[in-house]
Design a protein around this ligand. Structure first.
Ligand code: QAP
Ligand code: CO
Length: 173
């Protein structure tokens, strides 16, 4: 297993639209294992393959208290279940140190493929529903910062640009 580098905003690679997975084989399962290791190490509750520069439609999530409920979604498709919306403060491993309010669908149905290549459906609400929508956005090249004001986005970009310059000087990236 391996801990992968996480791309950070405004890295243009985060804007890539991911391709569907054609076959769930050992290559895909190794990527999933590495994504879980990277997510738990961060630590985070959700990670999309896009964030580790893999442009395939794979998401790992664990919203449980004790990090004991790993969920993987391959080629996820979201269906809206009712019109209810919910606003939650979100973070993102690709936008470290920033937390912003985002309004999303409260209740959704997710259809996806699991690590054995089997199709499944999961009804989601609460944090899990928010997290799945956040991660599917990543697969479409979309980020949490796209939902906030241009001024806030500009400030976040400037702060992260500074952080990345400092890290480059220190040889971290
Ligand atoms: C997406 O995000 C999410 O800024 C997953 O310094 C988050 O795991 C969906 C993290 C909240 C819904 C609600 C963020 C770790 C982790 C940071 C994450 C940080 C360290 C974010
Ligand atoms: Co994110």
């Amino acid at each position: 297993m391996a801990i992968l580098d996480i791309l950070e905003f405004p890295d243009p690679r985060l804007r890539t639209v991911a391709q569907p997975v054609k076959t769930v084989d050992d290559r895909v399962r190794t990527m999933i294992d590495d994504m879980f290791e990277t997510m738990y190490d961060a630590p985070g509750i959700g990670l999309a393959a896009t964030q580790v520069d893999i442009h395939e439609r794979i998401i790992t999530i664990d919203v449980s208290e004790d990090k004991s409920e790993p969920l993987v979604f391959i080629n996820p498709e979201i269906t809206v279940l009712d019109g209810e919306m919910e606003t939650m403060q979100e973070g993102c491993l690709s936008v470290p140190g920033f937390y912003e309010d985002v309004t999303r669908i409260e209740h959704c149905l997710v259809k996806a493929i699991d690590r054995n290549g089997e199709a499944f459906e999961l009804e989601c609400s609460g944090l899990l529903a928010v997290c799945i929508q956040h991660e599917v956005d990543h697969l479409d090249g979309k980020l949490m910062v796209d939902y906030i004001s241009p001024l806030k986005r500009k400030r976040i970009k400037e702060k992260l640009d500074k952080k990345h310059k400092l890290e480059a000087r220190q040889g971290k990236r």
